[in-house]
Every structure is written in structure tokens, then in C-alpha cells.
Write a protein that binds this ligand. Structure first.
Ligand code: NAD
Length: 242
């Protein structure tokens, strides 16, 4: 068997997108003509949308939060978590960068994770900036913070047109600089800056591998492309079984 990672004494960065959660029952959005759960994405996932109608945006994200809480990590998430354990116990380094906001990687046991687009389970105050864990699905809308300014609360999500959280890009790039292999799973290669990380790894001469149901937009940048669903391909191909 030609494993993706055959030696645990390696430095590996994995980046995942919506495709890895598809088999848990969470819709991707490129697959549905730019609609995410029947919404045009820019109508719910942008600062303009939130300014215009915070209640509508909150309703959308509370639905996503509810749904994510009822879904379970699948065999793809579990294989990524097992790979991290295998590598870290052998002295290698491992970073998981996910564009997903559903929290399923952490629930599968992944530890060193950067949620580069934020999390459905976190809320942020637009006045004082406090970020906190929040799994409530029923609240008065739009919610207000109990800080002195009674700030409007928003989902802690990186919306279209916003920058990543401070420090995340630097941490991701330095992990890629140090890595031996960059593995990309279940992402269309269209949403930047995530898609640009493959260019970055490629320019540094890193080995790049992609596991995806369909050929991604940036397929030419990968040394190896495994076509298939993450939940069935990863347990068979990611690393040797113990
Ligand atoms: N689960 C989530 O948290 C979730 C879901 C939808 C959208 N989003 C957000 O929307 C943006 C979407 O960009 P994206 O590139 O991650 O997703 P995308 O929807 O643009 O692309 C998903 C990719 O996954 C592939 N795919 C579908 N099912 C798969 C499977 N079972 N196994 C492997 N690959 C599969 C598709 O071929 C496609 O290339 C992200 O920024 C993300 O934050 C998040």
C-alpha cells in the first residue's frame, strides 16, 4: 500500500475544508451552486449582511450550530486525529488547519488545530472584543453582551471580506515552512487565503497531497491527487494501521 504518510517522524500540516464534514451530514456549499443550506453565502456570511439584518444572520448561524451539535465526526475526522497521535508520539510535529466551523475535528480528538475561519461554537462581542465558548441555540435576538457597553454579539466567524484572526496566518505559514508534507482534504481550492497555502507550500518545494471527491481548482499544484470521499479514503490510505 502506498500510504500518504508512511513514517511518523515527520512534520505534517493537514488542511481540511467542508468536504471532510460532508459524510457527517453537513452540506458543502460549492456543490450546491454557491448555496449553503439554501442561502446565498454572501447574504448570511458577510459584515454587510450582519449590519443590515443581525437577527437573520444569527438565525442562520443558530441553525448551523444546532445542526453541527447533532452531527458526529466521521471516519475521515477520526483518521486525521489518529494520524496526529501517531506522529506526535513518534516525535514528529503536526498541525491541522481547518476552514470548517463545525467543531467536528476537535470532537474527533484532534488537538493542535487552527480553526482559520472561526467556530460556530464561539461568540464575540463587537464592543469589547471578548470571545467565548457558546453552544446555546435558543436566545433573545440579537444577543447583547453583559459588558459595560452592552455590545452586540456576533458569531466568531471569519466572514467574506474579513481578515483571518491575528497571528493565525503567521502560525500556519511557519508550520508549512517547517513541514515535510502538506495534505489538503475536502476543499475546492477556491476560497482564499486558504487556497493560496498550496501555492506557498509548492513554492517551498514541500510534498503536497490532495484527497478530494472532485479535482480541485488548483490540482496542478499537487504532487499526488487521491480522488474519493474522505470518510472512505482516509482510513485506507492516510497512514499504516497500528
Ligand atoms: N462544515 C463546515 O464547517 C462548512 C460547511 C460549508 C461551508 N463552510 C465554509 O465555507 C467555505 C467553503 O470552502 P471549502 O473549500 O471548504 O468547501 P467547498 O464547499 O467550496 O468545497 C468542498 C469540496 O469538498 C469536496 N467534497 C465533497 N464531499 C467530499 C467528501 N465526502 N470527501 C472529500 N471531498 C469532498 C468537493 O468536491 C469540493 O471540492 C469554507 O470557508 C468554510 O468555512 C464550512
Amino acid at each position: 500500500m502506498n500510504w500518504i504518510v508512511d513514517n511518523p517522524k515527520m512534520n505534517v500540516v493537514v488542511m481540511t475544508g467542508a468536504g471532510i464534514s460532508a459524510e457527517s451530514g453537513i452540506q458543502t456549499f460549492r456543490g450546491t451552486n454557491g448555496l449553503w443550506e439554501n442561502h446565498r453565502i454572501e447574504e448570511v456570511a458577510s459584515p454587510i449582511a450582519f449590519r443590515r439584518d443581525p437577527v437573520m444572520v444569527w438565525n442562520f448561524y443558530l441553525q448551523r450550530r444546532k445542526q453541527a451539535l447533532t452531527c458526529r465526526p466521521n471516519t475521515g475526522h477520526l483518521a486525521v486525529a489518529e494520524l496526529e497521535k501517531w506522529i506526535r508520539s513518534a516525535g514528529g510535529s503536526f498541525l491541522l488547519v481547518t476552514q470548517n466551523v463545525d467543531g467536528l475535528h476537535s470532537r474527533a480528538g484532534s488537538r493542535n488545530v487552527i480553526e482559520m475561519h472561526g467556530s460556530l461554537m464561539m461568540t464575540r462581542c463587537t464592543a469589547c472584543g471578548e470571545v467565548f465558548q457558546d453552544e446555546s441555540t435558543d436566545m433573545e435576538l440579537p444577543p447583547r453582551h453583559d459588558c459595560p457597553d452592552k455590545g452586540l454579539l456576533r458569531p466568531h466567524i471569519v466572514w467574506f471580506g474579513e481578515s483571518l484572526f491575528p497571528g493565525d496566518m503567521e502560525r500556519i505559514e511557519s508550520a508549512i515552512e517547517m513541514c515535510d508534507m502538506f495534505i489538503v482534504i475536502g476543499t475546492s481550492g477556491i476560497v482564499y487565503p486558504a487556497a493560496g497555502l498550496v501555492n506557498f507550500a509548492n513554492r517551498l518545494g514541500k510534498r503536497t497531497v490532495c484527497v478530494n471527491k472532485d479535482a480541485p481548482a488548483n490540482i496542478d499544484l499537487f504532487d499526488r491527487f487521491i480522488e474519493g470521499e474522505a470518510g472512505s479514503e482516509l482510513p485506507k490510505r492516510l497512514f499504516p494501521e497500528k
